[in-house]
Write a protein that binds this ligand. Sequence first.
Ligand SMILES: Cc1cc2nc3c(=O)[nH]c(=O)nc-3n(C[C@H](O)[C@H](O)[C@H](O)COP(=O)(O)OP(=O)(O)OC[C@H]3O[C@@H](n4cnc5c(N)ncnc54)[C@H](O)[C@@H]3O)c2cc1C
Length: 257
Amino acid sequence: MRWIEPSTIEEVQTCLAQHVPIIGGGTWLLQDGHSPQAVCDLTAWAGILGIKRDEQNWTLGPNITLNAWQQALGVNHPISQILSLMGSPAFRRVATVIGVIANPQPVADLYPLLRLLQSSVRYIDTTHVDIQNDVLDWPESAQERAIVGVKVPEIPKDSRVYFRKYAKGRMTRPLINFTVIMTPQGSHWKITFMTCGLSPWPLQGSACGTLREVDQAMRQWVLDREGVNRFYQALILNMWQDIYQQWWNENNRGIAL
Ligand SMILES: Cc1cc2nc3c(=O)[nH]c(=O)nc-3n(C[C@H](O)[C@H](O)[C@H](O)COP(=O)(O)OP(=O)(O)OC[C@H]3O[C@@H](n4cnc5c(N)ncnc54)[C@H](O)[C@@H]3O)c2cc1C
């Protein structure tokens, strides 16, 4: 296998034009049936970016592993808690954040929160001479591109993030997951959420109102999804009940639900 470590935009474009797979951590190569003649390793590109943090955003280069970001975020950060549920410690030391978001799958644990936060990617394609910028979105664009950076807005201070996942085993890919951001608005709450696993691509929804109104709206949203696996639908409702209980306990200590 030819290992290409590009250092210019033109070299990356040549790889894209020749359909040479771009890799991050390369865990994809360990899976059956994946042995391309050449790969384009973007982690050499990373010297430019690494991990940067300002008051509003995290900016990560293609060499940043799940473990490296987790260390930088700190153990109590909600994103860190989601990362800690992905694969094994060994996997998290190899797999990159950009590898996860460049690899659109029906169910991925990190993508929903990054999307709800309106993250954006910097990428190289074959039609532009400069690095381009776009909001993070799946399914990926039909055009091949090499992602060289991701910008993730920090979670607003008064918002809370809740995440639940269901996988067959601890180390395997998730089957469904559910991510919720809750933000107080006076006496009301605004929630935005995303479910993965109910449909080929993640589904996004939102609701606003009192605690009980939001609870009802959320349940109705799940029940209104048509053509979805009923068992998974019930699991999402169950996850929501668990989140709602936690949320209630955090806001109404000692008062029964
Ligand atoms: C053992 C194991 C456990 C896993 N557990 C979980 C889990 O719990 N939760 C979860 O959500 N996911 C899980 N996954 C899926 C995993 O998050 C993705 O496969 C992820 O892509 C791995 O990151 P990587 O850096 O190794 O990517 P790679 O293997 O390097 O690449 C994966 C794909 O992304 C493309 N790609 C990578 N980097 C770039 C780039 N910079 N630009 C353009 N395309 C690029 C590659 O071409 C390839 O198609 C698991 C995977 C494995 C193998």
